[in-house]
Design a binder for this molecule. Structure first.
Ligand SMILES: NC(=O)c1ccc[n+]([C@@H]2O[C@H](COP(=O)([O-])OP(=O)(O)OC[C@H]3O[C@@H](n4cnc5c(N)ncnc54)[C@H](OP(=O)(O)O)[C@@H]3O)[C@@H](O)[C@H]2O)c1
Length: 276
């Protein structure tokens, strides 16, 4: 039902995954994950800092989807950078999730003083040991990514960044794609704030919603997206985007919506270990 992107190491990654930021309550995470799995999601995005790894792990076991059909992402938080701390934090996430490997493990933010370099060494070790199937980064802007590529043995396979019609990091996306790094779009429906032109007119043209148009636009840009919702009908809506194609004129109109203003933290400035 949900098509995949194929990474350069051959791993197939669902083009749309289920975002779980702010779904913390244990009953809520259980319900959301089981409903999302029921309507067709196989990929789930969490992070140590979302405080829901344990609930997510329990829910995926409960809903009975075979492990090899699931694609689970989690992320290393800022206070755990460094070689030894990364290993420790990874094993803690693995335990909370109740898994024996993680499909995708990301450095959540680049951190201070090039701390991502020893952190990445630990990620490479875990990848070589088969405990992580896909290693990657998140919120890495181009100069930081270049520095990582200059200092790594295994290149990152993904970069998860803010991307939606209101904020389009085109230069970074082009650089990632040139280097075979899959771009993952966080906040892909701009937290539902897309009821504006030209999206409303385009949505009417295809008999879709603005959220669906945004998610389709991301897919056509070869970016994987991670929409979050606690509502079953929206879970269905957010993956019902593979039965139409946007015309070039509409893609260009959405390209024209870029404000160059982030809705989230700037990777240039955000290093705190206390806030998400
Ligand atoms: N790597 C990072 O630093 C980072 C940062 C932020 C997020 N993320 C990941 O990316 C995921 C998505 O980002 P996000 O949660 O910030 O934003 P988002 O997915 O763009 O938007 C979520 C918001 O939109 C609403 N919504 C969902 N589907 C909708 C629809 N079809 N129509 C209208 N509104 C809809 C949701 O409300 P309801 O729940 O009430 O439906 C929720 O308030 C996160 O959950 C997380 O997994 C990663």
């Amino acid at each position: 039902m949900i098509p995949s992107f194929i990474l350069k190491n051959g791993v197939e990654v669902p083009a749309v995954g289920f975002g779980t930021y702010l779904i913390k309550d244990i009953e809520e995470i259980d319900r959301c994950i089981c409903q999302a799995a029921d309507v067709g999601y196989r990929s789930f995005d969490t992070a140590m800092i979302y405080l829901n790894e344990e609930g997510l792990g329990k829910a995926i076991k409960k809903c009975g989807i075979p492990r090899d059909e699931l694609y689970i992402t989690t992320k290393l938080w800022n206070d755990s950078h460094g070689y030894d701390k990364t290993l420790k934090s990874f094993y803690a996430s693995l335990k909370r999730l109740g898994l024996d490997y993680i499909d995708e493990y990301l450095i959540h933010w680049p951190g201070l003083n090039d701390s991502f370099i020893p952190t990445w060494k630990a990620m490479e070790k875990l990848y070589m040991e088969g405990l992580i199937k896909v290693i990657g980064v998140s919120n890495f802007i181009k100069p930081v990514l270049i520095k990582l590529l200059d200092n790594c043995e295994i290149k990152p396979l993904v970069n998860q960044v803010e991307m939606h019609p209101i904020f389009q990091p085109d230069d970074l996306v082009a650089y990632c794609q040139k280097n075979n790094i899959l771009v993952e779009a966080w906040r892909p429906i701009a937290r539902g704030k897309l009821r504006k032109e030209p999206l409303l007119t385009i949505a009417r043209k295809y008999n879709k919603t603005p959220a669906q148009i945004s998610l389709r636009w991301l897919y056509e840009k070869k970016a994987r997206s991670l929409p979050k919702t606690i509502h079953r009908e929206r879970m269905i809506e957010n993956i019902n985007i593979f039965d139409f194609e946007l015309e070039k004129i509409d893609i260009e109109a959405i390209n024209g919506m870029n404000t160059f203003i982030r809705t989230g933290e700037s990777p240039d400035e955000f290093f705190s270990s206390e806030i998400v």
